[in-house]
Design a protein around this ligand. Structure first.
Ligand code: PRX
Length: 581
């Protein structure tokens, strides 16, 4: 079905005037330098993300403005002003420096639920000059070991129950010197590690923030590729310029907004737009600790009077699935701007937003590596449902062929970007060759395929690699295959993404068993549970198909493309060439 363009009102008819008033003009006039001077730098080369996000507001009338309004899974609430977040993060920075000996550049990782302490500790770490690495609390021991081990993190902030989940891999992490436990009513844990509360009680609330250089490392997020273990995309303090500008012009944050980003801090969306972007704009954020629940989400939107909402396609599709009766029991009058990221947003979902909330969802596109939004739909621009929108001012995007020559509109090719924006990653941790390999002929190659139409709107086509996007989580098939073959019954495994109407893709594994084992439902469940426990529920195969042998290249590499073609009933193509790797 063809979806009609959603035409936007002219500027003067917007009740809240969008920050981006004239897109073509902004494209022409854009200067990253100019926007960066809206932020509070220490001098022309030095700034610190935590200072820009929090402390800079203490000099303004936002000092006592609410920065974080938090609601627990049980419904308890806590609120923190910018001043309170500043003091608490100072305390944490003191604890890190004085008690743990953290120095500039040391990695500090977070394996914690979405509780206020994660926000405070992340800000405190940045103030101390540390490099933050947030992890999903749903991770299992292998997923944590791979990331904490690769980064050689010195400190891990976790909770007693989460520590117990990974306790077996801690001896394999020699660089990890300290674990800090955030204990929110879990009772006495009988663990030797220091408690967050005790460290905070003894720490001073004034801290001389480390005057980091704009190129000093600040943030690491691990992301999955086709081969090998996940790699750490490294961002620097200057990234906050990109977070700030895109939160201002794409999320359109204004002084009176109540902003809700549903992303977990373990995902780059949860730091760029769940912390630094909105706070550098001085916005009030609401955070719900729990996961998805249609009933709870609608009630949260209404009770918190959310005005700007940033969420993801799988969640939107799950809301749609829950039916239109439920949202009609609520009022969303204050909600004025809706954004979505992480997977293709189907046109039905864009339009559904308009029906239910009076506003269409504004899709936007970016990656862990790009650090901030690159392509977007803007409040002032018409939406073509199904399109990711147009490049952000200051970002040059293009569609290139496999020789990196630019293609004209209408042609499908590799989505590429001209490097040079502030929040661009600076390397993959200890894998600089891999980082360099992402650049060709002056382009950064994103790994996505797309098209651009005659009006400059971009349309997502797919990925160029085997990485699976399941409900917005990128899952590397290699990671899952590595865990599968550790299961005692599994001889070989090949993993693909299988299309799914809600999650976009789900993980499907093809497994051949060792001689002594026979396929059974019980074994299938056992293998699923095994991956879930070691990696995470997102990575656990939703489907397992037992097959006698897996198709392989002559060098023994499993041919996932063939498995996928079989699964989708597509022509298998010329397999003789594929066998050559
Ligand atoms: O394939 C694209 C898909 O998600 C990838 C980036 O994933 P990750 O690094 O986890 O993202 C972090 C922040 C969004 C992209 O390479 N993707 C992201 N946004 C969209 C998308 N695919 C289609 N449409 C989008 N709007």
């Amino acid at each position: 079905m063809e979806y009609q363009k959603i035409t936007k009102k002219p500027l003067e008819q917007h009740a809240v005037k969008p920050n981006l008033k004239d897109y073509p003009e902004a494209i022409k006039e854009w200067s990253w330098d100019q926007v960066s001077w809206e932020l509070d730098w220490f001098d022309k080369d030095h700034l610190n993300i935590a200072h820009v996000a929090i402390d800079a507001h203490l000099k303004t009338n936002r000092r006592n403005k609410k920065a974080l309004i938090w609601e627990s899974k049980k419904g308890e609430g806590e609120e923190y002003t910018f001043l309170e977040l500043s003091r608490l993060s100072n305390k944490f920075a003191n604890a890190l420096v004085n008690e743990m000996g953290v120095q500039k550049g040391d990695r500090v990782f977070f394996f914690l639920e979405r509780v206020p302490e994660i926000y405070i500790a992340i800000l405190g770490t940045l103030k101390a000059g540390g490099v933050i690495g947030p992890l999903f609390s749903a991770f299992g021991p292998d997923a944590v070991k791979d990331r904490v081990g690769d980064s050689e993190a010195k400190v891990l902030i976790t909770s007693p129950s989460l520590k117990k989940k990974i306790v077996e891999v801690i001896p394999e992490l020699p660089a990890l010197k300290h674990i800090i436990l955030v204990n929110r009513g879990e009772g006495k844990a009988n663990l030797d590690d220091p408690y967050y509360d005790e460290l905070m009680a003894n720490a001073s609330e004034s801290f001389d923030i480390v005057k980091t250089h704009k190129e000093d490392h600040a943030i690491m997020h691990y992301t999955s590729g086709t081969t090998g273990k996940p790699k750490g995309a490294v961002h620097v303090h200057e990234a906050v310029v990109g977070h700030y500008a895109t939160a201002k012009y794409v999320l359109d944050l204004h002084e009176g907004d109540v902003y809700w980003c549903t992303a977990d801090p373990g995902w780059v969306t949860g730091t760029s737009y769940g912390m630094f972007g909105p706070w550098s704009n001085g916005a009030t954020q609401v955070v719900y600790e729990g996961g998805f629940s249609a009933k709870h989400w609608y009630s949260f939107l209404e009770r918190k009077k959310v005005t700007v909402w940033y969420t993801a396609p799988t969640a939107i599709r799950m809301l749609m699935k829950a039916g239109n009766e439920l949202p009609r029991q609520h009022s969303f009058d204050p909600l004025r701007h809706l954004c979505s990221v992480g997977e293709p947003l189907n046109p039905e979902a864009v339009v559904w937003g308009k029906e239910i909330f009076g506003n269409a969802f504004h899709d936007n596109w970016w990656q862990t590596e790009t650090g901030s939004i690159m392509i977007a739909n803007y409040p002032i621009q018409d939406i073509k449902p199904g399109s990711m929108g147009r490049p952000f001012p200051g970002i040059e995007a293009g569609i290139v062929d496999d020789d990196f020559n630019e293609l004209s509109h209408g042609n499908e090719g590799n989505l590429a970007l001209k490097p040079g924006w502030p929040s661009m990653f600076r390397t993959y941790w200890k894998k600089d060759d891999l980082y360099q390999s992402r650049f060709r002929k002056g382009w950064y190659i994103t790994g996505d395929r797309a098209k651009r139409d005659e009006e400059g709107y971009y349309w997502f086509v797919g990925r160029t690699d085997d990485v699976i996007n399941t409900a917005g989580h990128l899952v590397g098939p290699f990671e899952v295959e590595s865990v599968l073959i550790e299961h005692p019954a599994v001889a070989e495994a090949g993993v693909i993404g299988k299309p799914d109407p809600i999650a976009m893709e789900v993980v499907k594994a093809f497994v051949s068993l060792k001689d002594d084992y026979a396929p059974s439902e019980e074994l299938r469940h056992d293998i699923q549970k095994f991956v879930m426990k070691r990696l995470s529920s997102a990575a656990a195969p939703r489907e397992i198909e037992f097959i006698s042998t897996l198709p392989k290249t002559r060098s023994g590499k499993i041919m996932r493309r063939l498995l996928k073609a079989k699964e989708l009933g597509l022509p298998l193509g010329d397999t003789s060439t594929m066998e050559e790797d």
